[in-house]
Design a protein around this ligand. Sequence first.
Ligand SMILES: Nc1ncnc2c1ncn2[C@@H]1O[C@H](COP(=O)(O)OP(=O)(O)OP(=O)(O)O)[C@@H](O)[C@H]1O
Ligand SMILES: [Mg+2]
Length: 414
Amino acid sequence: MESSLQITAATPEAALLDLPWRTPLEEWPAEVLAALPRGISRHTVRFVRLGSRVFAVKETRDHYAFREYELLRRLGKLEVPCVVPVAVVTGRADDDGEPLESAIVTEHLSFSLPYRSVFSQSLRPDTATRLIDALAVLLVRLHLIGFYWGDVSLSNTLFRRDADRFAAYLVDAETGDLHRELTPGQRAYDLDLARTNIIGELFDLEAGELLDEDVDAIAIGDALVSRYDELWRALTDVESFSADERWRVDERIRRLNDLGFDVGELAIVTDFDGATVQIQPKVVDAGHHSRRLLRLTGLDVQDNQARRLLNDLDSWRAHADRLNDSEQLVAHDWLVHSFEPTIAAVPRSLRKKLEPAQLFHEILDHRWFLSQNEGRDIPMPEAAVSYVDQVLQHRPDEAMISKDDDEDHDLLLG
Ligand SMILES: Nc1ncnc2c1ncn2[C@@H]1O[C@H](COP(=O)(O)OP(=O)(O)OP(=O)(O)O)[C@@H](O)[C@H]1O
Ligand SMILES: [Mg+2]
């Protein structure tokens, strides 16, 4: 009997039916493909454009496709940064009736960069460290919800610019598993594999002359471990103090907020005679700054971008002499009179080079640079014009870095 194509999806995407499922993914015609930077992979992965959306299609065995789809769905519900699954396509066959591999479809994560593209574009010496910091945060967040990754590496992660840092997203969940809680042994194993993989990946970059010779790959692998341990301890350690040092409760919460986390539940235990107090965060949620900015302005951005925007909001408020007005009201005025006009000052054709919040962050940096040079305050509209002229025009388009030849693309961007 001839097999029939089946698309399994949580929300029906009828447009998926238009894709050439009877052809092996390797041979899909250029018209349906979107040339975007892609990381290294064992399976065939291609990006396709359907209307205004871009999807990633990966060929793999049924069993793995369903497993990955399910895991990504659960991770999404738990609000960890990862790619969003769209569908699993099974029952594929070519025109001669020969079976073809199944596929998993995910939404292309816009403005994301595979690590090799980050290196081929960035000249900053601390790029590797910034990627590692982002990966450490992602790994801690995954471990906190009980996710064992099983194959942590730079190529299984996507990076998005987040103000002057990066935010990391999980892209490949195939080897992962969700548990109620991870044992210290499981965490250590995942972390150790991460370290080994990263060192290998950095050596590869070095061989490809994408990494400065002075960068010490092993030291960077070790840095992942220490960043991870530091953050894990800050988020989960038990802290004890005497009962008259209650300010330490607030202090702990403030420290966690600084790291970008909200405390959802804090266990406070006093001993028998009430002389000492023990506290331990039980539930922590990332996104402290982005939640606050969202509440105040409706802008939904990444956490460090939000931190930067909130700082600007604060100084705008002080400047406008409105420290006594309600924060909500001031935030609304800042949005309408500062944020929106600044973004609108960037020509539409250049706006898709970076996310709006990232543009605003870069314009703030540029304004600082101009004021240093000229020894005067620079208004935002002037900074925006100068930024477009001197910086943005010369930057690659990160939403859609395109290359004509797909193979070349693989070589260049891995
Ligand atoms: N939704 C997506 N958005 C952006 N890029 C994606 C997406 N899905 C996949 N990619 C790109 O494709 C690459 C390969 O995907 P993935 O890691 O899932 O393949 P794989 O064959 O399972 O890898 P491995 O060799 O680790 O098993 C990723 O590194 C990433 O660059
Ligand atoms: Mg992979």
